[in-house]
Ligand binder design. Structure first.
Ligand code: M6R
Length: 590
């Protein structure tokens, strides 16, 4: 994932672009760059590292240019160096581009362009795009727009891009296929803001156009936006007014967005739960629930598709739906599913889970399933995102804007929605007894308060974490619904602390990983499930027998596992089904 930002208008572009990049850093943070255009000249700066590193190398002067594009990168093709950072120039340096996505046929295109005399400065796939545009622009009387279209027609893969040309310096051209792109509209088209999502734009305008796949827009001050397909055919578009407060997209008193978002969870969970569950009565709501329930009860199986953290909530969903509703569930990595000719039947319900609603693999897997005739259902956090728009049914998680790289509040909100869905399905299918359903709904209503209580352990967990700063590898174990939670904890440690961690079902440990346990490999055990408590205690014994250090997550008042553990993080006791929601808090803080 990468983030792109663009601006054309009357204001100075530089601060808009730099601040925009900071807000998009969750999409990529290994290198960044900016190109400003004025008086027929580009000023380009690029640097490896974060946006702050880029800022440090840019001369401290007033940047007067009112047009520019910028990029924050998460390397896919070529290492995270300043050479590979975007923007990329064409061979003549007349055109610059920033790109989010992957061009799959870049190798043959690059070979052919080199044979024709084009030169390349980076190892990226993106440079092919800008050189192709230049090549097309040289074919007679071809406008900037036409040369972009002709280049795009030759690309296989995904892109959201913004392009500037010295020859037509009054235009900013943007295009999208597979990767998201939003255009913010200034008053009477006097200025335009471009970004990978609305977050960098809302400070300036709340009127947005979201480009669809294969659409191109030419942005020119004072001119109405024209959206066309890549063959030049005009397309209709809608201007969306979005309700996003600028306070929602700033760090406030917190040092990091991730920390802010972890601490927002009492609110985000409350918003999510009470948007789908009545505060007083035991009624569960989902948009189109009656029709959805009918389809769900007739479904032979539910296929859950997702990536990363959302895949972990999908695994939890599998436990919950099978346990409470007795409908068979399969969970797939969307990134594998879409490439492996999977069997999808008309009577399948395909549940796509995604915070952003834009993850390319999940979107492609959902579209494939829809084309096979399956009913698609999206659990999404972003209103109006591609998945939300295209799925037959949508249930929103009301987690608010997630800017932190690591998904935290979206994860717990997804699990809350899945719990409610499983309860609703269990009731519909007459397999969940009223007492259990009522108990779970009652506990769900309490969850925001219990999460707030768990967050009070913040300082304690910070102290505990300090003892592990030099450790290079961790094992995370859990059983039942807490196995996917162990996977999630391990993913967070890798992603945020750059420490290797492996999540494993505790019962599988003896089939191999146990050989690794010694005093140097700490094991984090999620030991809150009542149903498997004795078994988890036995797993802890096995770790101790090999002199392993144990950090455990236990329920308040726990004795046995706590005595075996070197470090303990406690959480309030809740029903086994809901434990991943409270258990995620210490794992994310750790
Ligand atoms: O927006 P999505 O939920 O579809 O994103 C899927 C993954 O990329 C995402 O969950 C990723 O694994 C998290 N950033 C990890 O913290």
């Amino acid at each position: 994932m990468c983030g792109i930002v663009g601006y054309i208008g009357q204001r100075k572009a530089y601060p808009i672009l730099i601040e925009g990049l900071k807000r998009l850093e969750y999409r990529g943070y290994d290198s960044a760059g900016i190109a400003l255009l004025a008086e027929n000249a580009f000023e380009v700066h690029k640097e490896a590292g974060k946006v702050a590193d880029l800022e440090n190398i840019i001369p401290q002067k007033e940047h007067l240019q009112t047009i520019g594009i910028a990029h924050t990168r998460w390397a896919t093709h070529g290492q995270p160096t300043s050479k590979n950072a975007h923007p990329h120039y064409s061979t003549s340096k007349d055109i610059v581009v920033v790109h989010n996505g992957i061009i799959e046929n870049f190798m043959p295109l690059k070979r052919s362009l080199i044979e024709q005399g084009y030169t390349f400065q980076s190892d990226t796939d993106t440079e092919v795009i800008v050189n192709l545009i230049e090549k097309e622009s040289k074919k007679g009387q071809v406008s900037f727009e036409e040369s972009v279209n002709k280049a795009l027609q030759q690309l296989h893969g995904a892109y959201a891009l913004a392009v500037l040309s010295k020859k037509e310096p009054e235009k900013l051209i943007v295009a999208r296929k597979g990767s998201p792109l939003a255009i913010g509209l200034g008053k009477e088209y006097s200025e335009f803001f471009v970004a990978s999502d609305a977050i960098p734009i809302v400070e300036y305008t709340q009127d947005l156009i979201y480009l669809n796949d294969n659409e191109v827009a030419v942005l020119e001050r004072g001119k109405k936006v024209e959206v066309k397909d890549i063959y030049g055919k005009s397309k209709m578009y809608k201007v969306k007014h979005i309700e996003l407060d600028n306070n929602m997209v700033t760090k406030g008193e917190y040092e990091h967005f991730m920390l802010k978002e972890i601490f927002e969870q009492p609110d985000t969970l409350s918003n999510t739960i009470f948007s789908h569950l009545s505060e007083k009565e035991d009624t569960i709501y989902f948009e189109g629930l009656d029709e959805l329930k009918k389809q769900l009860s007739e479904a032979k199986r539910i296929l859950i598709i997702a990536c990363g953290t959302s895949w972990h909530s999908g695994l939890i969903g599998e436990y919950l739906i099978e346990e409470l509703a007795r409908v068979p569930v399969e969970v797939e990595y969307a990134s594998e599913f879409r490439y492996r000719n999977p069997i999808v039947r008309k009577d399948d319900i395909v549940l796509a889970i995604s915070q952003s609603g834009e993850t390319a693999d999940t979107l492609a897997a959902m579209r494939y399933s829809k084309a096979q005739g399956a009913t698609t259902f999206a659990i999404c956090n972003v209103y109006g995102s591609s998945m939300a728009r295209e799925a037959d049914f949508v249930a929103y998680t009301y987690a608010g804007v997630e800017i932190g790289v690591a998904s935290t509040k979206a994860f717990t909100a997804q699990v809350a929605v899945l719990s409610l869905l499983a309860i609703a399905m269990g009731q519909e299918n007459d397999v969940l007894d009223v007492k259990t359903a009522k108990k779970l709904m009652k506990e769900l209503r309490e969850i925001p308060k219990l999460v707030a209580k768990t967050l009070e352990k913040d300082t304690e967990i910070e102290q505990l974490a300090k003892d592990f700063l030099d450790v290079t590898s961790f094992l995370y174990l859990g059983r039942g619904v807490n196995f996917p939670l162990a996977l999630e904890g391990a993913l967070k440690l890798k992603e945020i602390s750059y420490i290797h961690a492996e999540g494993y079902p505790a019962a599988e440990m003896k089939h191999g990983p146990i050989a690794m346990i010694d005093e140097k490999l700490p094991t984090l055990i999620v030991g809150t499930n009542e149903a498997f408590y004795e078994k988890i205690v036995s797993n802890a014994q096995e770790v101790k027998a090999r002199k392993g250090t144990i950090i455990s997550i236990v329920n308040e008042g726990d004795k046995q596992l706590s005595e075996l553990s070197d470090y303990v993080m406690t959480v309030p006791k809740v029903a086994d089904e809901l434990q991943p929601i409270v258990g995620a808090i210490p794992l994310h803080l750790f």
